[in-house]
Design a protein around this ligand. Structure first.
Ligand SMILES: Nc1ncnc2c1ncn2[C@@H]1O[C@H](COP(=O)(O)OP(=O)(O)O)[C@@H](O)[C@H]1O
Ligand SMILES: [Mg+2]
Length: 269
């Protein structure tokens, strides 16, 4: 008899709560892993540009070549600096804090992080950004959703292709809408029903850029968007492409997030 040391059985509710917590943790780790991979690759690319043009400038003594090399190095350095300030901004705003968020700017920041990756895979980005009021959102979380949707779209177009990104304002519903449309392989009906399930993936593992294969991207996206009282939906046609639409509530002038506590306000300053 070992009444004293026997572990207490967890109730079904407790087991579910524990699993949910573990899933949330796994989702966070997967997202962080992909973000590190993205920024490292982009940064490495900037460094390659700097090194190659520095070599070119040293090899060729004529003014025109040196001028060109220096211009390229300057542009690469400026891009590196934009990348680090975007990442630093994300690190500073790690809280669960919601605030009025400019989704157009968030999209540009996200595309900046994926610039090398998208051009490497020959993805052309078309932007249709209509003026829209700020959404009431946690910028980091929404950026995480955008990163996954754009990488999924890129992976659905292995031969390259066009990626449409649109931002619009649905005044009647009081929602800001984001559209990410690819012209990739599309998703067959039987899979479409499962893509938001945790761990559902059709990928064999991460690709050479270290992305995908966990099946956690869309389940995380759904959790995040629901946490925003927003909506995410998908439409897909095999052989034609896939479109994801996200709706997020507009930040009202009186939204509670405007009255940020003093310490949060300091953090943002
Ligand atoms: N844009 C897309 N085009 C085609 N299939 C997609 C697209 N986005 C998602 N999917 C499908 O949904 C699955 C789940 O996506 P996700 O949750 O991001 O996980 P992962 O990218 O790790 O596979 C993918 O494996 C793929 O089968
Ligand atoms: Mg994914």
């Amino acid at each position: 008899m070992n009444q004293a040391s026997a572990p207490k059985e967890l109730s079904l509710e407790q087991q579910i709560a524990l699993l949910r917590e573990q899933l949330a943790q796994t989702q966070k780790m997967a997202a962080l892993g992909e973000l590190v991979s993205t920024t490292t690759h982009e940064f490495n690319n900037v460094l390659m540009t700097v090194i190659n043009y520095a070599r070119m400038g040293l090899r060729h003594k004529d003014d025109a070549t040196r001028e060109k090399a220096l211009q390229k190095i300057l542009a690469a350095g400026e891009r590196a600096s934009r990348i680090t300030s975007s990442i630093l901004g994300m690190a500073r705003n790690r809280s669960e804090h919601f605030e009025p968020t400019d989704l157009g700017k968030l999209l540009e920041d996200t595309l900046l992080l994926l610039e090398r990756e998208l051009s490497k895979y020959r993805i052309r980005v078309t932007r249709q950004l209509a003026p829209a009021p700020p959404a009431y959102a946690n910028g980091n979380q929404i950026q995480q959703v955008l990163l996954n949707l754009i990488v999924n779209a890129r992976q659905a177009m292995p031969q390259g292709g066009e990626l449409l990104i649109a931002l619009s304002y649905n005044e009647a519903e009081g929602m800001v809408e984001l559209l990410i449309r690819d012209h990739g392989e599309g998703i067959p009906e039987d899979k479409l029903r499962r893509i938001f399930d945790p761990f559902f993936t059709t990928k064999r593992g991460p690709d050479e850029s270290g992305k995908g294969g966990t099946g956690l991207g869309l389940s995380t996206a759904r959790d995040i968007i629901e946490g925003h009282r927003g909506r995410i939906r998908v439409e897909s046609t095999v052989g034609v492409g896939t479109a994801f639409t996200i709706k997020l509530p507009v930040a009202r002038a009186a939204a509670p997030a405007v009255n940020v506590p003093a310490n949060a306000a300091n953090q943002l300053a």
